[in-house]
Design a protein around this ligand. Structure first.
Ligand code: NAD
Ligand code: UGA
Length: 451
C-alpha cells in the first residue's frame, strides 16, 4: 500500500520503517530539513535498537523515502499517518498545533480519497478537529475530496520500539460508521493483516474510545509505578524489602509482575505529559481525576528521592564534594533525556555545590545538550563527562545509579570500593542485592530496601 507518515520522530520513523519492512511503499515527511538530510545520507536521528538496519534495508530496496515536500507527501499515500509531537501546553493540556498543521496541509493538497490516521497521542475529540481543519482547507480552495479520520494510537516503548511495533500485543483502531469510515476500516484491516495472521489482535471501536484507550493505558501504567514508589518509601521506613513485596503481589495474576518496579520516578516524553493531559481533559468537563493528581505529585517527589538520599547521607552542603553518576537517559536503550530523573538529581547536586562525573552508554551527547539548557553554560564546568563507568569513580564520595543499563548490572565491586572515597552506592533502580553489598563491604542504599 502507499503510505505517508507525517512526522519522522520516534513514532513516525519506527512506523514508517516497519510498514516498509512489510512491503509497503512509504513516504516519510518532516519539517526538520536537518533530520531529513541525515536520513537521506544513511544516518539515524535517534538511538533505537534494530532501527538503523530496518531503515537501511528498506531505503536500499526503495520502499522508504524521506522528504520535506508537503505536496508530494499528500499525493503519495492513500493512508496519511499523523505522527507529529503533542507536547504539553503551558497548562498541561496536549498542544495540538502540529497535528492541526499536518491536517491543514492534507486539506490544502489532497485530491481523491484519503484515510487520515491519527497515530499521535491526542485528546478525545481530536479526530473531529482534524476533520474540521481538513474540511476548512478543502472548501477554501473549492475542493471536495472525500476522506475519513481514524484513530490508531501507538503503544510502542522506546528502547524496544521496533520489536513492539512488529509484535504488538494489540492494535487499536477507532473509526466511524459512515461509508467513508467503513472504507477506511477495510484499508486499515488490509494494512494490519500481517500482524493478525496467527490470532486477531485488532480491537475495533468508535473513534473517541480509541483516543481514550491510549491515555487510559499510559495513566494506568504510570499509576502502578507511582503506587509502588510510594510503597517503597514506606518500606524504607518500616524495614521491608519492596523487591520481595513486588514478587509477592505480582504472583497474583490479577496484579501481574509488569511495571511494578520502584525507582527514581518515571520520565520520558509520554507518561508525564499524558497523565497531565488526561487531567486537563477532565477539567474541561468540570471533573477532577484525583488519582492522577496523586500519581503526578508522587512522581515529582520520587524524582527527588536520590538527591534526598545523598543529602541525608552527606549533608545539605555538598560544596567541595564529588559524586559519580551512572545512567542519564530516562530509561535504558535510548538516548532520550526528556523528563529524565537524572536531570533533577544533577540540578540538585550542582545547586548544593557538588561536582559530578557522569556516564551513560548512549545519551552523552543528548545529555550535554539538555543539561546546558537546564543548568546554564557556566555550571556545566561542574560536570565531567567520563568515557567509561569506572572512570567516574575517582575521588567521588558515592556512586549514584539513575538508569538500569545492562552494562551496570555486574560491575567489579572491589574496583568500585578502591576508587570511591567512601564505599557508598545509592541505587535508584535496585540493581544489586542488599545482602551481597553488605558482604562486599559496600554501604548500599536502594529504593525501599532498608531491610
Ligand atoms: P518526536 O518529537 O520524536 O517527533 C515528531 C516529529 O514531527 C518531529 O521530527 C517534528 O519535526 C515533526 N513535525 C512537527 N510538525 C510537523 C508537520 N507539520 N509536518 C511534518 N512533520 C512535523 O515525537 P514522538 O516521540 O515520535 O511522538 C509523536 C507522537 O506519538 C506524540 O503524540 C507521542 O505522545 C506519541 N507516542 C510517542 C511514543 C514514544 O515512545 N516516543 C510512543 C507512543 C506514542
Ligand atoms: C511508555 C509506554 O510503556 C508505552 O506503551 C507507550 O506507547 C509510550 O509510553 C508512549 O505513549 O509514548 P516509554 O515512555 O517509552 O513507553 O517507556 P516505559 O518503558 O514505559 O518507561 C517509562 C518510565 O517509567 C521510565 O522512566 C521507566 O524507568 C519508568 N518505569 C517503568 C518504572 O519506574 N518502573 C517500572 O516498573 C516501569
Amino acid at each position: 500500500m502507499k503510505i505517508t507518515i507525517i512526522g519522522t520522530g520516534y513514532v513516525g520513523l519506527v512506523t514508517g520503517a516497519c510498514l516498509a519492512e512489510l512491503g509497503n511503499d512509504v513516504f516519510c515527511l518532516d519539517v526538520d530539513q536537518k533530520k531529513i538530510d541525515l536520513l537521506n545520507n544513511g544516518g539515524i536521528p535517534i538511538h533505537e535498537p534494530g532501527l538503523e538496519e530496518v531503515v537501511a534495508r528498506n531505503r536500499a530496496a526503495g520502499r522508504i523515502r524521506f522528504s520535506t515536500d508537503v505536496a508530494a507527501s499528500v499525493a503519495h499515500g492513500v493512508l496519511q499517518f499523523i505522527a507529529v509531537g503533542t507536547p504539553p501546553d503551558e497548562d498541561g493540556s496536549a498542544d495540538l498545533q502540529y497535528v492541526l498543521a499536518a491536517a491543514r496541509n492534507i486539506g490544502r493538497h489532497m485530491d481523491g480519497f484519503k484515510v487520515i490516521v491519527d497515530k499521535s497521542t491526542v485528546p478525545v475529540g481530536t479526530a473531529d478537529r482534524v476533520a474540521a481543519a481538513i474540511r476548512e482547507e478543502l472548501s477554501a480552495r473549492g475542493g471536495n475530496g472525500e476522506f475519513s479520520v481514524v484513530s490508531n494510537p501507538e503503544f510502542l516503548k522506546e528502547g524496544a520500539a521496533v520489536e513492539d511495533f512488529m509484535r504488538p500485543d494489540r492494535i487499536v483502531i477507532g473509526h466511524d460508521d459512515s461509508p467513508a469510515g467503513q472504507r477506511a476500516r477495510d484499508m486499515m484491516k488490509l494494512l494490519y493483516a500481517p500482524f493478525n495472521r496467527n490470532h486477531e489482535r485488532t480491537y475495533w471501536m468508535d473513534v473517541r474510545s480509541a483516543e481514550f484507550t491510549k491515555y487510559a493505558a499510559n495513566a494506568m501504567l504510570a499509576t502502578r509505578i507511582s503506587f509502588m514508589n510510594e510503597l517503597a518509601n514506606l518500606a524504607d521506613q518500616v524495614g521491608a524489602d519492596i523487591e520481595a513485596v513486588r514478587q509477592g503481589i505480582g504472583s497474583d495474576p490479577r496484579i501481574g509482575y509488569s511495571f511494578l518496579y520502584a525507582g527514581a520516578g518515571y520520565g520520558g516524553s509520554c507518561f508525564p505529559k499524558d497523565v497531565q493531559a488526561l487531567e486537563r481533559t477532565a477539567r474541561q468537563y468540570d471533573r477532577e481525576l484525583l488519582i492522577l493528581q496523586a500519581v503526578e505529585a508522587v512522581n515529582d517527589r520520587q524524582k527527588r528521592v536520590l538527591g534526598d538520599k545523598v543529602v541525608s547521607r552527606f549533608g545539605g552542603d555538598l560544596s567541595g564534594k564529588h559524586f559519580a553518576v551512572w545512567g542519564l537517559a530516562f530509561k535504558p536503550n535510548t538516548d532520550d533525556m526528556r523528563e529524565a530523573p537524572s536531570r533533577v538529581l544533577l540540578q540538585e547536586l550542582i545547586e548544593r555545590g557538588a561536582t559530578v562525573s557522569v556516564y551513560d552508554p548512549v545519551a552523552m551527547a543528548e545529555a550535554r545538550r539538555v543539561l546546558e539548557l537546564d543548568l546554564g553554560a557556566d555550571k556545566m564546568s561542574r560536570i565531567r563527562f567520563a568515557e567509561a563507568p569506572m572512570d567516574t569513580l575517582d575521588g567521588a564520595q558515592a556512586l549514584v545509579i539513575v538508569t538500569e543499563w545492562k552494562a551496570f548490572r555486574s560491575p567489579d565491586f572491589e574496583a568500585i570500593k578502591a576508587r570511591l572515597v567512601n564505599p557508598v552506592i545509592i541505587d535508584g533502580r535496585n540493581l544489586y542485592e542488599p545482602g551481597l553489598m553488605t558482604q562486599q563491604g559496600i554501604e548500599y542504599h536502594g529504593i525501599g530496601r532498608s531491610i
